[in-house]
Design a protein around this ligand. Structure first.
Ligand code: GCU
Length: 619
């Protein structure tokens, strides 16, 4: 047993230090930042649009002049009263106001297709830090890049629109009138993740919460607590701070009478485990039991609510807590119900979406596409009892040969896993969606799969793959002919026969699939329908009649596939996409939703609901 490690809950313990990819995260993860001391900086901000990035560079692209630097720690009105000849072509303190978090389309609909730089600012007071305390600015998501300034000084930058980041500001914070300014640039990058062309709206903005987090000098940065396959409660705790090594840590689960304690190693890490108590109630969709977990070291105390379950595959089966399951799912974009969504996911908004999955469709699974969703949603899935597919937006044509792009994807994957690996609902991490098969792409994705294995050996790995179609003896035979499949636990197929093909819908049930020796999931299938548009005679695409018939025939095909263990049809709700511009049927919306933007269920909804009710009844 490692020196100094005391486990109070059982006689023996085994511990293995996780080797995260590359260097440890440069800035802290600050998991469950919402549970930490500090203050919420969401609310009223002021904003100034800057399409020509005038705040960052002058007219010959040199350094910006004083009259243009939106982030300067000044009050322009006071300055120009003192010096009437001074010229300022901005004034953030008198700019228009917006309530954050939300995409800027929410506070200014004329900015729907604006892809560029936007400045946001707010002022705030905060209690003076006590000796030894540290302060962090925590952003849950800013799409796509963020330049952060505090009191006129640049304090940090971040790229990636769907994962949190924290910036230490201990030395830049003052007690009163702090000026926080963020330059948000939603311009998609050719070497970015996601790539410039996707099939969803690019909601630029500060789209999730902002907090000031105050911590002791040494604090619990991450505390991953889970049930391992060998029936032990394992805890991997990472402290942050100059004195993180050799610190006493306690992981307590009072309801189970557990107090796993030990001292951190030279890296500030502690991994320990103990036999799971007999009375442990395992988490499942039917019984989503969560335990209060308290992780304490010195003056710091981090709390979380954690479910304990196992997920694995055995042959063609997916086993939850050792029992085979069928994933009765649907795909969901992060976009709230309503005619003018702004990617603002409140708990009520997330509950509205997930309730349609669980109660509406009788589902037990949700694919949170195509990027890490808000932690509000993943925590709610824990509470409501929905299994989750979580993914990063390595989508379509990513710049696979570019080392910068790979690092972006790896960091995004690691940040997503580190943020959410206490979420029992998440059962699989997906590393890609519909990416074309090339050697650079294979190498890129193999690396991501290896990273998942290194960061989280408790979940499954998958990717949404493109299918290939052959004609054998005059019949269509579908398959997944992708080298990545060998690295995956679950083979996921996006298949659209009958929508992105001119197959007659009546021919769909006879399309055969090559057998697989691993579990297969239909990660996508779907058809558009404009809510309320009926055309029974012609059964044209975009009619509700076509969509209903498409679901009936595709499900008839699905039931014949021996290794199919789940599905997440595309998609729960119509969602905004700039690629969808049919003037009658689409108007900038992808209409594959089973539900309209305002929540009206289409006829195909009931087809899938009945299919899942039958599955639930064991048919
Ligand atoms: C693709 C893709 C989705 C897209 C969908 C569609 O498979 O993964 O992001 O929205 O098909 O074409 O509607």
């Amino acid at each position: 047993m490692e020196k100094g490690l005391k486990v109070l809950a059982s006689a023996a313990c085994a511990f293995v230090l996780l080797a995260p990819p590359g260097a440890l995260a440069s800035s802290p993860t600050l998991t469950r930042a919402d549970n930490r001391d500090g203050q919420d900086l969401s609310g009223t901000w002021r904003y100034s649009v800057d399409p020509y990035r005038d705040g960052l560079a002058g007219f010959h692209r040199g350094a910006p002049g004083a009259g243009h630097r939106r982030y300067d720690d000044v009050d322009v009105d006071v300055l120009t009263k003192d010096k009437p000849t001074a010229l300022y072509e901005y004034d953030m303190d008198r700019a228009a106001t917006a309530t954050l978090p939300q995409g800027w389309v929410g506070h200014d609909p004329s900015l729907r297709y604006y892809q560029g730089l936007m400045w946001y600012t707010r002022r705030f007071d905060t209690p003076a830090l006590k000796p030894g305390q540290r302060a962090f600015l925590r952003f849950e998501a800013v799409n796509y890049t963020a330049k952060v300034y505090l009191n006129g000084k640049p304090v940090g930058e971040h790229e990636g629109g769907f994962t949190p980041f924290s910036i230490e500001v201990t030395d830049s914070l003052r007690a009163s009138n702090n000026q926080l300014t963020v330059g948000v640039d939603s311009t998609p990058q050719p070497d970015g993740v996601p790539p410039p062309v996707t099939d969803w709206e690019n909601y630029g903005g500060i789209t999730r919460g902002v907090r000031l987090v105050i911590t002791p000098g040494v604090f619990v940065d991450e505390a991953w607590v889970r049930l391992s396959k060998d029936g032990r409660i394992a805890a991997t705790v990472k402290l942050d701070g100059a004195q993180a090594a050799g610190q006493e840590v306690h992981v307590r689960i009072a309801e189970l009478g557990l107090d796993v304690a030990g001292k951190t190693d030279a890296n500030g890490m502690l991994t320990a485990s103990t036999a799971a108590p007999k009375g442990l109630v395992r988490w499942s969709p039917e019984k989503p039991k969560l335990y209060d977990v308290v992780v304490q070291t010195g003056d710091d105390r981090l709390t979380d609510r954690v479910g304990f379950r196992t997920i694995e595959t055995k042959g063609r089966d997916i086993l939850l807590n050792g029992k085979p399951i069928f994933l009765r799912g649907i795909s969901v974009h992060e976009e709230e119900f309503g005619d003018n969504p702004a990617r603002t996911i409140t708990e009520a908004g997330a509950r509205a979406l997930l309730s349609e999955v669980k109660d509406g469709l009788h589902g037990n699974f949700v694919r949170l596409a195509h990027y890490p969703h808000s932690e509000v949603t993943t925590r709610l899935a824990d509470e409501m009892g929905l299994l989750v597919w979580s993914e990063i937006p390595v989508y379509w044509l990513v710049d696979f040969g570019n080392p910068r792009t790979l690092k972006l994807a790896r960091d995004m994957l690691a940040d997503n896993i580190r943020r959410d690996r206490n979420r029992a609902s998440i059962v699989m991490w997906s590393v890609a969606n519909e990416t074309p098969i090339t050697e650079p792409r294979n190498t890129f994705l193999y690396k991501l799969v290896d990273d998942v294995r290194a960061l989280d050996d408790s979940r499954l790995v998958t990717a949404a793959l493109l299918t290939d179609r052959k004609t054998v003896d005059g019949k269509s035979l579908m398959g997944l002919n992708d080298p990545l499949a060998d690295k995956l636990d679950v083979l996921s197929a996006n298949t659209y026969n009958g929508w992105y093909s001119d197959d007659a819908l009546d021919a769909l049930p006879d399309i055969a699939w090559k057998p697989t020796d691993k579990p297969m999931v239909f990660s996508e299938f779907g058809a558009d329908a404009l809510s309320g548009f009926s055309d029974p005679a012609l059964m044209r695409k975009f009619s509700e009649d076509f969509q209903k018939n498409y679901y009936e025939k595709t499900l008839a095909m699905a039931t014949k596939i021996p290794s199919l263990r789940g599905m997440s049809p595309w998609i729960l709700k119509d969602f905004r996409s700039p690629r969808r511009q049919h003037p009658i049927y689409q108007q900038g919306w992808n209409r594959k939703g089973l539900v309209s933007p305002t929540g009206r269920r289409k006829p195909a909804f009931w087809v899938l609901q009945q299919f899942y009710k039958d599955k639930e009844a064991g048919q």
